[in-house]
Ligand binder design. Structure first.
Ligand code: FES
Length: 154
């Protein structure tokens, strides 16, 4: 018999198919990422198309995409059918951009850390890792604003 997206799966079947433990499925359900219905004896029943959502969650976990972002993405997807090829392309483009941004941040942090190697000052004023918001540091050392205001007073 051919599987239909409308097929219903027990939580045990979903766990076997995805490798995701039941406790994690309960958690994703509480977060509103997946949905189930109740059958006899209050048993959770999942539509087969929820497997696709669970696959997306697994991919997101692998990419270290936070569940809050997965929730944002899922908010734009219909709950009554599996994400389509086009849906997945849109989501993967979004997550690729996030990975690129994360890579840029990591490269910047790596460069800043390289500057610390052999330094060891741990200065709250000079160290970019300790004082990342020092937007004036590119305009020279020391109290830039004070120096500028004293120039203006001269
Ligand atoms: S420890 Fe000196 S610049 Fe970071």
């Amino acid at each position: 018999m051919r599987a239909s997206p409308e097929d219903q799966l027990t939580i045990g079947e979903v766990t076997r198919r995805t490798g995701v433990p039941a406790s994690a499925l309960h958690f994703y359900e509480r977060k509103g990422l997946i949905f189930s219905e109740r059958a006899g004896r209050n048993q959770r029943i999942f539509s087969r198309h929820m497997l696709r959502r669970i696959s997306l969650i697994m991919v997101a976990k692998r990419l270290h995409i936070p569940l809050s972002d997965v929730a944002e993405v899922f908010a734009g997807l219909p709950v009554d059918r599996a994400p389509t090829h086009r849906d997945w392309q849109r989501v993967s483009r979004r997550w690729k951009k996030q990975l690129e941004e994360r890579r840029r941040v990591l490269e910047r942090l790596e460069n800043e850390l390289t500057g610390c190697i052999g330094c060891g000052c741990l200065s709250m004023k000079a160290c970019l890792l300790l004082n990342p918001d020092d937007t004036l540091q590119g305009r020279g050392p020391g109290p830039v604003r004070l120096q500028q205001s004293s120039v203006a007073l001269e």
